[in-house]
Design a binder for this molecule. Structure first.
Ligand SMILES: CC(=O)SCCNC(=O)CCNC(=O)[C@H](O)C(C)(C)COP(=O)(O)OP(=O)(O)OC[C@H]1O[C@@H](n2cnc3c(N)ncnc32)[C@H](O)[C@@H]1OP(=O)(O)O
Ligand SMILES: N[C@@H](CCO)C(=O)O
Length: 398
């Protein structure tokens, strides 16, 4: 495994602004053999440490965030593939972003960092591949906004990728999630410590960022998984309460679900930068696959590889219906595609915590393509009346 940071020089963002030197933090696993490069795109708060502990202490959610999927003999087998993961511009795990030093001032960029888009992430990844001497990719794989990153590769560099795997993703975010992301950003920018984004060196807007994360974290569960995990139970542990309580609140229980959200939010603010949360949620919210084209199908028309689209029945952040629309767009552009729906009530983060669901179809697709026995396709099972016929993981034993 190689974990490093490379300077790729001047970089012009899609917004037209430029920085004089883009730093990219990346990790690679395995050996490059000319046609076996697999780019893994991280999600909203991920890092380049897809399968390594990196510099993080035990328990940091951004280290080894997919080590059940990436590794020797695993679905993305690092003895077969040359796996690359890059922290995206605008993030805070080593790649240039708002918390990085602005060479002109010697201070952190803060809100002076150029607005970033998913297209910028894709172009930055292309620049890194050039630095690594990787002309083209065998596959691009990613979940959530990382799946949007995958789609942007098929759109912008159709000749540089053979297989795409957008997981728990969509061509664009729906209005309900746009609304919740907007509320999350307001939580940060109304925090008394936000200082217009120039908070570095002083108190950080931790409460605002914690609130923003709590909103996001609810989006990563389903109703049934929260019912199962928390119910209406009073908290069994006094998590570190990140927020003051109103006096009348003493009369009512502090609930398990509040304790869970408060605890994980308090951990999150230790690892993540508030400005980056603003930048990356805006990149996700702004993303529209069809932008510049008549339709998603048109945007994907130049891609002539194969596609495995994966979704989870309990995911309401990026729904199976949205993935079916994506699969339809790929079918409409004559792309060989399968939409594999997983029966899971976990919710959006299922792609992170259910390797037995994600691994088998992904491994098959990379190894043998769409004929893989672990791959199902709604095209073969959905009819006019029924919902999606999800595939039960019990069918797969590897
Ligand atoms: C693709 C990417 O880029 S991923 C980027 C990084 N990943 C993420 O941010 C994903 C966001 N979600 C998470 O981080 C989650 O922790 C996941 C999805 C990784 C796992 O979630 P869960 O299934 O809830 O994991 P788990 O059951 O371990 O609970 C998480 C923590 O909450 C604690 N916890 C659980 N219930 C409660 C509760 N009622 N009160 C207080 N704390 C609680 C657990 O003890 C655990 O603490 P720890 O992290 O110190 O061990
Ligand atoms: N929960 C993951 C996926 C969010 O879309 C993250 O925080 O990156």
């Amino acid at each position: 495994m190689d974990s490093s940071t490379v300077s790729v020089g001047e970089f012009e963002f899609q917004c037209g602004e430029t920085i004089e030197n883009l730093e990219l933090a990346y990790e690679t696993y395995g050996e490059f053999e000319g046609d076996n490069a697999v780019l893994v795109c991280h999600a909203l708060t991920g890092s380049a440490h897809v399968a390594s502990r990196g510099r993080f202490e035990e328990g940091d959610q951004a280290y080894a965030w997919w080590d059940d999927i990436v590794g020797p003999g695993k679905a993305i087998d690092t003895t077969e593939y040359f796996v690359i993961c890059v922290n995206v511009p605008g993030s805070c795990y080593g790649t240039s972003g708002p918390a990085s030093e602005n060479p002109e001032s010697g201070e952190p960029y803060g809100p002076d960092f150029p607005p970033v888009t998913v297209a910028d992430w894709t172009e930055a990844q292309r620049r890194l591949l050039d630095e690594l001497g990787v002309p083209a990719l065998y596959a691009v794989v990613g979940g959530s906004v990382g799946g949007m990153n995958v789609l942007e590769w098929a759109k912008r560099h159709p000749d540089h990728v053979e297989k795409i795997v957008p997981i728990a993703a969509a061509g664009r975010l729906d209005p309900q999630c746009l609304a919740l992301d907007g509320i999350a950003r307001r939580a940060i920018t109304t925090d008394e410590n936000w200082q217009g984004g120039h908070y570095y060196g002083g108190d950080h807007p931790d409460q605002g960022l914690a609130l923003a994360r709590e909103i996001g974290h609810v989006m990563y569960f389903s109703k049934s998984s929260m019912e199962r995990r928390f119910g209406r139970r009073a908290a069994t542990r006094e998590a570190e309460r990140a927020f003051p309580t109103d006096p009348a609140g003493r009369f009512f229980p502090y609930r398990d679900v509040e304790s869970y959200l408060d605890y994980n939010a308090s951990k999150f603010v230790e690892r993540f930068d508030a400005n980056s949360y603003l930048y990356l949620t805006r990149a996700m919210d702004n993303y529209d696959l069809a932008s510049g084209f008549e339709s998603d199908a048109d945007a994907l028309a130049a891609f002539d590889g194969d596609a495995l689209v994966m979704s989870f029945t309990g995911d309401w952040h990026f729904t199976s219906e949205q993935s079916e629309a994506l699969a339809d767009a790929l079918r409409g552009s004559d792309t060989p595609v399968a939409h594999h729906v997983v029966d899971s009530d976990y919710g959006h983060d299922a792609f992170l915590v259910e390797p037995d669901s994600v691994g088998p179809p992904l491994a098959d697709f990379l190894e043998v393509g769409l004929d893989g026995s672990a791959i199902s396709d709604t095209e073969e099972t959905v009819d006019d009346s029924s919902d999606f016929a999800p595939v039960h993981t019990s069918l797969f034993s590897r």
